[in-house]
Design a protein around this ligand. Structure first.
Ligand code: NDP
Length: 397
């Protein structure tokens, strides 16, 4: 037990606040803080079973964070603001003796890098302070990382080939929208592709490698190889992996919009001068795109995300597929948010429960696959993301 402070009141923050409230008996007190307090108040007003305190905080500012931490005295911070805030929040956690959990790795604002080095560098300081930091506890990273740990623990002596496959088979009925923060999403998709093979990283032109894959209950979807942050920690923690790749589905309509936006410079992350002031085109684009938190109402269809694995067990070659399908409509009915926010917020809440129960608690900075996957797998299914598995099938990759 302990007090929990959720930072970030977007689509994911909405789901985390609501799911944490549904598990209120496991937390002493709940606070939701974000840059814009009115957004926290709106979410808190929807929650009837328990009182949620709200606050405004600029999470780029360590002193402001510390003031909030000192007044509320949380045991754990769930960071579902943006990746830019990871290090300031971790710094404040160290200053004030607070444990930490997030869903996305740190990224500097002026460069799309996606690497864990900055956060891993905090390991010794968290260890010495006796504090736990849990990194990447959304769906991917998050569930996909725990699925890999679960596969390694129960079904393989060695994992050799890992393909993480992320399909959004849903339709929000908008011409163009992103399913989570547009700035972060577009930065991620437009970067060069990268995968791990035979002990080295190999780069590809953005979205240049693609393949048709079949997803349970969704069907065939064109899937594009791209870099995703969990590849870095998984190849480190499972050194038997010979090749690790990440695939995500995109429709033609989405790709056409993205290409045009890129070609006209709207996805740039460097400042341009407009009417005498500096603006960053991708931040302006975010302001005019639909808010991912508001997409839920007419969203139909399902997400289907999982891991397709090849390796050996008891001297024999083996394939294994573990996945979750999540209905956007069901997610909306339960939390008022669409499936992508839901599949991120439910694992973050589950990670917080693991921490509060003392099951995922060890001083230092850890990726989720470094903890015991079993209690998480059991709990995440109860919390709304049940998983399926298939053995020795054709995994297409
Ligand atoms: P949103 O943009 O909807 O929400 C972000 C929230 O953070 C907003 O409430 C925003 O406030 C707040 N925020 C931004 N900057 C600050 C700041 N300096 N101080 C305080 N609050 C701030 O994003 P999402 O909810 O879609 O995503 C949240 C996180 O989840 C992101 O880091 C994203 O990368 C991650 N994610 C992870 C996934 C996974 O599977 N691992 C999948 C999807 C998302 P304001 O409204 O005032 O701007």
């Amino acid at each position: 037990m302990g007090k929990v402070l959720i930072i970030g009141a977007g689509g994911v923050g909405t789901v985390v606040a609501k799911k944490v409230a549904m598990n209120a008996s496991e937390f002493d007190e709940i606070m939701l803080a974000s840059r814009t307090k009115s957004k926290c108040d709106k979410i808190a007003a929807d929650i009837k079973n328990v009182k949620i305190r709200t606050a405004s905080v600029d999470a780029d500012n360590v002193d402001e964070l510390c003031k909030l931490f000192e007044s509320f005295k949380p045991e754990l911070v769930i960071n579902v603001a943006l990746p830019y805030q990871d290090l300031t929040i971790m710094e404040a956690c160290l200053k004030c003796g607070v444990n930490y959990l997030d869903t996305a790795n740190y990224e500097p604002k002026d460069e799309a890098k996606y690497q864990y080095s900055w956060q891993w560098a905090y390991h010794d300081r968290f260890k010495e302070a006796g504090l736990t930091a849990i990194l990447g506890c959304g769906f991917d990273p998050g569930c996909t990382s725990v699925y890999t740990a679960y596969a390694a623990k129960h079904h393989f002596d060695e994992i050799h080939y890992l393909d993480i496959v992320d399909c959004n088979g849903g339709d929000h009925h908008k011409a163009f929208a992103t399913n989570f923060n547009p700035e972060i999403n577009i930065r991620e998709i437009t970067q060069r592709g990268k995968y791990w093979e035979n002990g080295a990283w190999h780069e590809t032109d953005p979205l240049s490698v693609h393949k048709t894959l079949n997803y349970p209950s969704v069907g065939a979807r064109e899937s594009y190889l791209m870099y995703h942050e969990e590849l870095e920690s998984l190849v480190k923690h499972y050194p038997t992996i010979k090749r690790a790749r990440f695939w995500m589905t995109f429709g033609q309509e989405y790709l056409t919009h993205l290409r045009v936006l890129q070609n006209v410079g709207m996805t740039r992350i460097d400042p341009v001068v407009y009417n005498g002031m500096e603006i960053i085109p991708i931040q302006f684009l975010k302001a005019v795109l639909p808010d991912p938190g508001e997409l839920g109402e007419n969203y139909t269809g399902e997400t289907s995300i999982g891991c397709r694995i090849r390796g050996v067990k008891d001297g024999k070659e083996k394939t294994y597929y573990i996945w979750n399908n999540c209905s956007h409509e069901a997610a909306y009915k339960e939390t008022g948010a669409q499936g992508v926010s839901y599949t991120t917020g439910v694992p973050a809440t589950t990670g917080a429960l693991m921490f509060m129960r003392g099951l995922w608690k060890k001083p230092g900075v850890y990726n989720v696959e470094q903890f015991d996957p079993d209690p998480f797998m059991q709990e995440v299914a109860k919390q709304g993301l049940p998983w399926n598995e298939a053995h020795d099938i054709d995994i297409e990759l």
